[in-house]
Design a protein around this ligand. Structure first.
Ligand code: HDL
Ligand code: ZN
Length: 419
């Protein structure tokens, strides 16, 4: 098979593969239009994304109290943010640049710097038409949602069963169960599950019934939870007992992977609401302990701290039931995504998924995947060129499927859901 002999040819093959490959975005906070107002889209949602809110609060300092700001209508919030972050200064942060990348990707001109013009564009379309347009622009074939039965707004939608856009895949999110058992216990009791705060009586059976009921109702592609830096496995917490006796056995019974996103320190500044979360150093030994204790379960894991990335990658070398994914949240910035992805390829070859979007606003898919594709082009070109320098032939026909795999297909095969 004729190999590509120089970097330019390899770069062209990598770019062609990235440009033509469809994406499976394995973790988002997006919803299909059938979920109504849960689907966020448009310029005002982009500007009030919590990543940008934190930058706004830092910029205005003591001028505007977060409490007063959050009481304003969303358009007024967006007006203030636009003025302070995009008019009175140059929007050089990643989140701000992301908004402009989205506008440009939609064919709007960031140079006009006119919020009214952008609002007029979005007012002229519909959620469904805009969704079709964005998924076509980004070549996203499937997007995995975050579906939380403990969310009072979302739960009723599922209770009566409903069909939704098949490009969206459900994921059963159970943070509350694992991290806030007293709150989860109250919700389950309201839903007529016979559970007790002390986990006694029929509680474990009833939690397994709850999980089974929601797996049947939702048909998730995996179970998921974000966990604090203090997460330890095993320990004497309710979380460990619920993992051991309920979550992981039920997941195995249904052939479902467990996605864990570890390292989020919730509510560090509660005044900022969703924007108030931070991160902490997490314990990767707990990941190894989980993969050992449940060696027939499959784990999709990502961590929030830069300092945990290397240890997680080394841990993944030891466990074939561990698939690491994404540069999540605070490490989803160009300087770190490239560093992490290079390190992961050097330690794991192809056996990981470089990125997901984590998008909360539909339009963000444009900037997050544009950045991801550009980063992957740089990294993969270097890695395939380094391979070719050994004299090993690298062909376009071999590069393309590997790129498609790294854009979510391998993760779907890992969780037993090949598309
Ligand atoms: O817990 C998570 O899934 C995180 O991604 C949080 O939702 C976070 O607020 C976020 O959107 N990060 O990008
Ligand atoms: Zn997320």
């Amino acid at each position: 098979m004729a190999g590509l002999s120089n970097r330019t040819e390899i770069e062209a093959a990598v770019n062609a593969a990235l440009d033509s490959s469809e994406i499976v975005d394995i973790h988002t906070h997006l919803f299909s239009p059938e979920f109504g107002g849960l689907l966020l889209w448009g310029i005002d949602e982009m500007l009030t994304y919590h990543y940008i809110l934190t930058e706004f609060f830092r910029t205005v300092g003591f001028e505007i109290d977060p409490e007063r700001f959050y009481d304003l209508p969303k358009t007024e919030q967006a007006d203030l943010i636009w003025d302070r972050l995009f008019v009175r200064q140059l929007p050089i942060s990643e989140s701000c640049r992301g908004v402009l990348t989205c506008l440009k990707g939609l064919g709007l001109d960031p140079a006009v710097r006119n919020l009214a013009i952008y609002r007029k564009y979005f007012a002229g379309t519909t959620p469904q038409a805009h969704l079709d347009h964005v998924l076509k622009l980004t070549k996203i074939r499937k997007a995995v949602m975050t579906n939380d039965p403990f969310d009072a707004e979302e739960r009723p939608l599922w209770k009566n069963g409903f069909t939704y856009d098949e490009r969206f895949l459900p994921a059963l999110r159970i943070d509350t169960l694992l991290v806030e058992w007293p709150k989860a216990c109250g919700v389950l009791a309201e839903l007529d599950y016979d559970v007790r705060p002390d986990l006694g009586g029929k509680t474990m059976n009833e939690v397994r019934r709850f999980l089974t009921d929601w797996i049947t109702r939702m048909r998730p592609v995996y179970l998921a939870a974000s966990l604090p830096p203090s997460f330890r496995y095993p320990d004497d917490s309710a979380g460990t007992r619920l993992l051991d006796e309920c979550v992981l056995p039920v997941a195995a019974d249904h052939g479902l992977a467990m996605a864990m996103m570890i390292g989020v320190r919730r509510g560090v500044n509660p005044r900022l609401k969703l924007a108030g979360d931070a991160l902490g150093k997490s314990d990767m030994t707990s990941v190894a302990n989980l993969c050992t204790a449940f060696n027939q379960n499959r784990f999709l894991i990502t961590v929030l701290g830069r300092e945990d990335q290397h240890e997680l990658a080394v841990c993944a070398r030891k466990f074939h039931n561990l698939h690491i994914f994404g540069c999540w949240w605070y490490v989803n910035v160009p300087s770190l995504t490239e560093e992490i992805t290079r390190m992961r390829i050097e330690l794991l070859g192809h056996t990981f998924t470089p990125q997901h979007s984590d998008a909360r606003v539909l339009d963000q898919l444009i900037y997050k995947w544009s950045d991801n594709r550009r980063m992957l082009a740089r990294v993969l070109t270097d890695k395939y060129a380094a391979l070719a320098e050994t004299g090993f032939p690298v062909s376009r026909d071999e590069i393309t499927p590997e790129v498609t795999d790294m854009l979510g297909r391998a993760a779907m095969r890992f969780i037993g859901r090949d598309l």
